[in-house]
Every structure is written in C-alpha cells, then in structure tokens.
Design a protein around this ligand. Structure first.
Ligand code: FES
Length: 365
C-alpha cells in the first residue's frame, strides 16, 4: 500500500515540476518583448515579438497579399527577409523556388518576429489600405456570377491601376467561423476613387463566394484591402489583344473603361468566351464601347450555343485567335481566365507572332 502511495506521489511531483518548468519556459522564452522591424532600410516599426511577420505588418496598416488569411497555403505573402527570419520552415518549402531561397524570400505568415528584423517589400504596398465599404448594388449577372458595387464609407479614396485586384473579407457567418480574405479583380475604371465594382463567380463550398452569393445584400457593410497586383496596361502604343472567360471579364472591363476615359487611341480587339448565352454578360456595354471607340472590336464566342438563337461566333476563344488575327509582331496581349485557358491561349498567340514578353496574364486558379 505504501509503495503505491510513494509511486503516485513521485508521478504527481514530476508532473507538477514539468508543468512549472513549461510555465516558466513560456514566460521567459516565448516572451520576446518589443522587436524592431526595419523596412526597405527606411521605415522602422516596433512590434510585440512572438507574432507572425504578416500580422505585425497588418497591425501597422501595412498590407501584403495574403489570400489564405495567413494559413500558409496560398504562397502570396512573400517578402524578402534580410535579417532575423531564422531558418526556412517546412511549411514554407512548397512555395519557395530555389531563386526565392537564394534571395531570402520567405512567407511572412510563417515567419515569427522573434528578433529584430530587416525586410524588403515593394514600395507600392505602402499604398495598400483597408477600406470599410457599403454594398451599393448586388445583382446576379449570370446564374453563377454576381456583380457588386462597394462604396467607400469613410473619408478615403482608393487609387489603383486598371487590372489590379483587392482582397475581400468574409467575416464569420453561418457556414464559417473565421475571417477569410479572397482576391478579386476590380472591374471598374481607375478614375472612380470612391467605389469599386467586382464580378464574383460562385464556387461551391467557397467560403467567400458563398458569403457573397448567399448572404451579402444591398446596404451591408464589408471590408476589403488593396490594391494589389502588377497586371495592368503598359504605356506602349502597340496594338492590344484582350482575351477573357467568365469573371476574367473584370480586369479586362476595367482596362477597357480606362482606355475610353483616358482617350487611349491604340487598336484593341477583345475575345470573350462563355459556354451558353446565359453565361454572357455586359454584352450591351461592350457593344456600346464598340460604338464609342472606333478602334475597338468585341468578339463574344460561345462554346455550347443554342443554334436557334445565337448568331455570333461559335467555339473557344483560341479558335477566334486563329480566325481573327494575322501573323504579326509587335502587339501586346492581356489574358484573364483559368490556368488551362491561359496556357492554351499563350500558345496560340505565340503561333501568331506574339513575343512571350508581350503576353501578360492574370490567372484565377
Ligand atoms: S498568407 Fe497565404 S501563404 Fe501566407
């Protein structure tokens, strides 16, 4: 009996000592105190150590792309960590190329601020801000695509370039218990600074798309941050070929509206692909643009048309490239769609004399 008592006493004592040691370790080791982050050898931030680099930056209103909300599974939140990042973590490996590793690129949502750091981020990210907005319009433009107009409620304006994107926040709701950001291209022209328009396709079980399609209505308040991205029209005077499918219409529409607003006189042809007439949208607006811009041609094409009602082009957008474009060098192309569409369009454009350096794309896979 006494040996059982002694054994229980020893186990209890060991467990108590271990718990005490853990508490002390947590107190002394995990308490990193205040840490300094130097950005671009210029700006200095003082942050509470122990949190991720991404959240330290966000709490100082420096937003870098983070489409998965810091879970380490989008690879968007890269930045250069010159000092203080510690070794690369296993969770970063699948998103870092050999070049990234050689250049000290890291995933900011995985790196913890445990010591003073020196980092580099693109200067344009200092223009990224968070906006509280109200839904001015929300309507279905096809059975699976919703158009939103979000008006900025505060005394702020957004500056962006046509072709860029924002990250929209879905707060916790019936089907999700956490904040989730997703990236969406801006569909409106860059000269409108008090609101943005978005085209959001429904993805079954998608947390943000379900929120937008099934919960968000006119008058609701939401949050986004941005702008991000380097997909925008160059300053050259080359002819322009635009190619999009589905919600790829968004950045292309923004570019087209800018071409009109800024009176850019480059020749433009836009190939837009959809499956059926139900999947076509903003066609009247494109036709109006054709009337207003003599140098603009719009070519909608359907891959599965109703032959009784559709008199337009039939096939994929790549078929239209073969049909409408002659072999010629010195043009630029801007593509927006899914990965396979982008890949096959690039091949067709190269066959028509495009240089790979003049093909820009925004892939939404
Ligand atoms: S935010 Fe997605 S990987 Fe870091």
């Amino acid at each position: 009996m006494s040996s059982i008592f002694v054994t229980v006493f020893i186990i209890t004592t060991i467990a108590t000592v271990l718990a005490l040691l853990l508490t002390l370790a947590n107190y002394y080791i995990a308490d990193y105190g205040e840490r300094k982050i130097v950005i671009n050898n210029d700006k200095e931030l003082y942050v509470e150590g122990g949190t991720t680099l991404l959240s330290s930056l966000i709490s100082n209103e420096i937003f870098i792309p983070s489409a998965c909300g810091g879970k380490g599974n989008c690879g968007y939140c890269k930045c250069k960590v010159e000092e203080g990042g510690g070794p690369i973590l296993a969770t970063e490996l699948s998103y870092l190329s050999e070049d990234d590793k050689n250049c000290n690129i890291r995933l900011s949502c995985q790196v913890k601020v445990k010591e003073n750091m020196k980092i580099e981020i693109p200067e344009e990210l200092f223009n990224v801000k968070q906006y509280n907005v109200v839904v001015e319009f929300a309507r279905d433009v096809t059975p699976t695509i919703k158009y939103l107009r979000l008006a900025i409620c505060e005394d702020k304006e957004i500056q962006f370039r046509a072709g860029q994107y924002i990250q929209l926040l879905a707060p916790p709701y019936a089907d999700s218990n956490e904040d989730v950001f997703r990236a969406y291209s801006i569909a409106s022209q860059s000269t409108t600074n008090k609101y943005i328009e978005l085209l959001i396709g429904y993805v079954p079980d998608g947390i943000v798309t379900t929120y937008v399609h099934k919960h968000l209505t006119k008058g609701d308040k939401v949050t986004f941050n941005g702008p991000y991205g380097d997909f925008y029209l160059s300053d050259s005077d080359c002819d322009i070929v635009l190619v999009a499918v589905g919600t790829g219409m968004a950045p292309i529409r923004s570019i087209l509206l800018d071409i009109k607003d800024k009176k850019i006189s480059r020749n433009v042809i836009f190939f837009f692909g959809a499956r059926t007439e139900d999947d076509l949208f903003m066609i009247d607006e494109m036709k109006r643009l054709e009337e207003e811009l003599p140098q603009f041609t719009f070519v909608p094409t359907l891959s599965r048309p109703d032959k009784n009602s559709w008199n337009g082009e039939v096939g994929r957008v790549t078929d239209m490239i073969d049909k409408y474009l002659e072999y010629k060098e010195g043009r630029e192309a801007y593509l927006c769609g899914n990965g396979p569409m982008i890949k096959s369009t690039v091949n067709h454009l190269i066959d028509k004399g495009f240089s790979e350096d003049n093909i820009y794309y925004d892939s939404f896979d």
